[in-house]
Design a protein around this ligand. Sequence first.
Ligand code: MRU
Length: 366
Amino acid sequence: MVLEAIRYSPGSLQILDQLRLPHESVYVPVTSSEDAFHAIKTMTVRGAPAIAIVAALALAVEIFGTDFASPEQARLFITEKLHYLVTSRPTAVNLSDAARKLEILVTETDGSAEDVKQAYLKAAEKMLVDDVDDNKNIGDNGLTWAEKTFGPEPFSVLTICNTGSLATAGYGTALGIIRSIHSAGKLIHAYALETRPYNQGSRLTAYELVHDHIPSTLITDSMASVLLKTHPEIKLIVVGADRVAKNGDTANKIGTYQLSIVARHHGVKFVVAAPTTSIDLRTQSGDDIVIEQRRPEELVTVRGPVVQDGKVDVSKVETINIAAPGINVWNPSFDVAPADLIDAIVTEKGVAVKDSNGSFNLEQFF
Ligand code: MRU
């Protein structure tokens, strides 16, 4: 069975509820931009490419049965909804990039209201298809880079958060590269960080790794340094991206920054895997990236099914508190790995490495 986070057919969109994984696989309908906004905000769907695609397709479903009175009315309706959707989460550039491209498209489409609507539907649907192709190319490019860098011997890999089929239209970015390394027989073992506070690693990446029978182990975030020290066969840390700035600084799940530091200390390669839609040439450096702050509850509570007599009872889901009541909480959802500590940025169009001045040229992909 192929893992499918997003199920779409014209007029219908369903998403796999990522808050209920790994214990339950439940698809929820998304019929409007309001539904999509809520699903993105609550992280029912998450991951930079997935939220952009769900936002675009939700609006496609919303307008599918609508007859607009004029092309102007169609353009205005679509544009206003896109502006609203962009406000659901601020850090991942894929969402605003998709909205900007779709807005330009409807603004520039001449003809009837139906022509404007059809142009939007076609472009939104193409995003879903293109993302899977892009991820497979990221996987191929990452594998080729790794084979060139590490030679013929197999090696182990460490990753953070979830960057797989659940975070994209399919296959994944960083997890896609791990899939490609595994398929090529080059993977000894994959290590997944739990990814506190929201546990995308233990809930989602672990789920995908087990699903695909990839040899893998879960660790807590604080175990990364000692894991690298004691496991020299780990040659690569590969992470996803929510926004890659022009200079290569990369915002990704909180904990990514410290991984980039420990990678350098242990001589392990640190690689970012991202579609070019995650590269934001208008953001000069990581200092200009808005980092989303999440609710304190996501840090001080844990939600999941009750374990009774060693068995998981999915019919009884509870939220428990794991911190002293009254303590202050700081909960940034992302941090920035500096370009200086990044060895390569793998995209669907190729791999960026630093030039003789130590700089990435990301403009080559545009
Ligand atoms: O808060 P999340 O779960 O949306 O954060 C996701 C990440 O940080 C991913 O690494 C990133 O979006 C890339 S997903 C291909």
